[in-house]
Design a protein around this ligand. Structure first.
Ligand code: BG6
Length: 503
């Protein structure tokens, strides 16, 4: 792109100051934005360019790591930021927005619209962009004056609304210009799942139901909803994390190797996984989906979800969800996938554990610990890396066997994955690369699977288990496993696999 105006709807919101502006600053600092580059924040709050810049600067200096902060670059960057105050729900305001953009526009300028607003606006903003002509390139030169839109998750509240929003977006933009963002896909370590699986021949023969007993995917956080209570009330863990981030991780673990890594073939394989998720019956949901909500705990400073700002004191919104699901295809038939997410858990960690089947016959019985199977742990964050658990003989007489670990952490590559997921994805959008964005059929297929849970919850109102803030969630979620298996509760440090470790 030669030039770009990056328009942020929801410009005065939390996501803009916490993620988007720092990501854009990093791209700007590294000269990874077009030569002519302007940002226009759009929001209801009253700012002018100067007060908006001052507001952003305060957050930016705290968000950006010290070694990435350069005062003069930050000043230059902020000088490219503008603000337009408007009611984004009013169609008539969009003509004024167009005029404001006209003041910045050089002619034949490319626009990226970023929808960082509450999802309730997704059925308005695109239509108003269309009625004011802001969705169309006003340039006769082919490939110039492009109009793209980036949409935050959750894309829809359920299957019906996702289909409706998709239709609305498609009536305004071409699918290739719609970038549904799932920032997990922008994480280096998430992309590394593909490298681990498809750049290493040794894993493929064992990556299936013959060798894998079960898979666990955990993405938990040690904070509550904080200032996002209002948003979270209408969302809950299923819409906020599971229907998008967690199922995306599951797709990367379970997908078939794409013939090529490109936006069609990679995303085709993701969709195939979603289509193969075994539909849940009411009974499955009752026994295989556990929802919870954090309550006050004895830990200092921990309040219950119902006491959070913006939350209904009788709220039934889930802040924890754990479930068992199956994929119906040759590779994964019968292998349970356990996924779990929660707010106010003991630590913030995202990891995938592949549990391999035990040996067919036990040769070494003189072991002191309970036999454990081989496991491959893929740590997405923090302490990024991968770890393989193997059994080894303890030196000395007899034949005692003990589990040890073989690990790889990113620092061994000489570079840590420092890049923020948003920088990567925004840059991809500038370059017209959509492989790491969610295609419309993927959103629909994912909703088709998860919508049944929402419907069941509405009609049957199954238990919502309380768990004290700072704990691993309701104990009932252990009942998803059979035999002696339990959740792997990760330590902060990947290579520390002790039961009582630092969290
Ligand atoms: C966001 C969710 O998409 O992901 C948040 O809305 C959650 O509730 C966040 O905290 C987690 O992302 P990360 O990158 O911090 O693990």
């Amino acid at each position: 792109m030669e030039n770009l105006i990056f328009v942020i709807f929801g410009g005065s919101g939390d996501l803009t100051r916490r993620k988007l502006i720092p990501a854009l600053y990093n791209l700007y600092k590294e000269k990874r934005v077009p030569v002519f580059f302007r940002i226009l924040g759009v929001g209801r709050t009253q700012y002018n360019d100067e007060t908006y810049r001052a507001h952003l600067k305060e957050y930016l200096s705290n968000q950006v790591r010290n070694d990435e902060w350069e005062e003069d670059v930050a000043q230059e960057f902020l000088a490219s930021v503008h603000y337009f105050s408007m009611d984004q729900t009013l169609e008539s305001e969009y003509i004024k927005l167009k005029e404001r953009l006209g003041e910045i526009d050089l002619g034949c300028t490319n626009y990226i619209y970023y929808l960082a607003t509450p999802p309730a606006l997704y059925d308005k903003i695109p239509l108003y962009l269309k009625s004011s002509g802001l969705n169309l390139a006003d340039c006769n030169d082919v490939g110039k004056g492009v109009r793209r839109v980036i949409v935050e998750k959750p894309f829809g509240y359920d299957l019906d609304s996702a289909e409706r929003i998709n239709e609305i977006f498609h009536s305004v933009f071409k699918e290739e210009d719609i970038y549904r963002i799932d920032h997990f896909l922008g994480k280096e370590t998430v992309q590394n799942i593909l490298a681990l699986r498809f750049a290493n021949g040794i894993l493929e023969p064992i990556w299936n139901r013959n060798y894998v007993e079960r898979v666990e995917i955990t993405a938990v956080e040690n904070l509550g909803v904080g200032s996002r209570g209002g948003y979270y009330e209408g969302s809950g863990a299923l819409r906020d994390m599971v229907q998008n981030h967690l199922v995306q991780l599951l797709a990367l673990v379970a997908m078939e190797p794409p013939r090529q890594y490109n936006e069609k073939e990679f995303r085709d394989e993701v969709v195939k996984v979603y289509k193969s998720l075994k539909p849940l019956t009411d009974r499955d949901i009752e026994s295989n989906v556990i929802r919870g909500q954090y309550t006050t705990s004895s830990l200092p400073g921990k309040i219950g979800y119902r006491q959070e700002k913006g939350v209904n004191p009788d709220s039934h919104t889930e802040t924890f969800l754990a479930m068992k699901l199956f994929i119906e295809n040759w590779r994964w038939e019968g292998v349970p996938f356990y996924i779990r997410t929660g707010k106010e858990m003991p630590t913030k960690v995202t990891e995938i554990v592949i549990h391999f089947r035990p040996t067919p016959h036990t040769l070494f019985s003189a072991r002191k610990e309970i036999p454990a199977n081989n496991q491959l742990i893929i740590r997405i964050q923090p302490n990024e890396g991968a770890l393989l658990k193997l059994d080894m003989k303890v030196p000395g007489p007899g034949f005692e066997v003990k589990q040890v670990t073989m690990d790889f952490t990113y620092d061994k590559l000489g570079v840590l994955p420092t890049e923020d997921a948003y920088s990567r994805l925004i840059e991809d959008c500038m370059n017209g690369e959509s492989v790491l964005f969610t295609r419309s059929d993927a959103v629909i297929e994912s909703w088709r699977f998860f919508d049944r849970i929402l419907t069941f919850w509405k009609t049957a109102n199954p238990p919502l288990y309380g768990y004290p803030a700072g704990t691993w969630g309701p104990l009932e979620s252990d009942a998803l496993f059979s035999g002696t298996a339990r959740w792997t509760n990760p330590c902060k440090n990947l290579i520390n696999t002790d039961l009582y470790c630092e969290l």
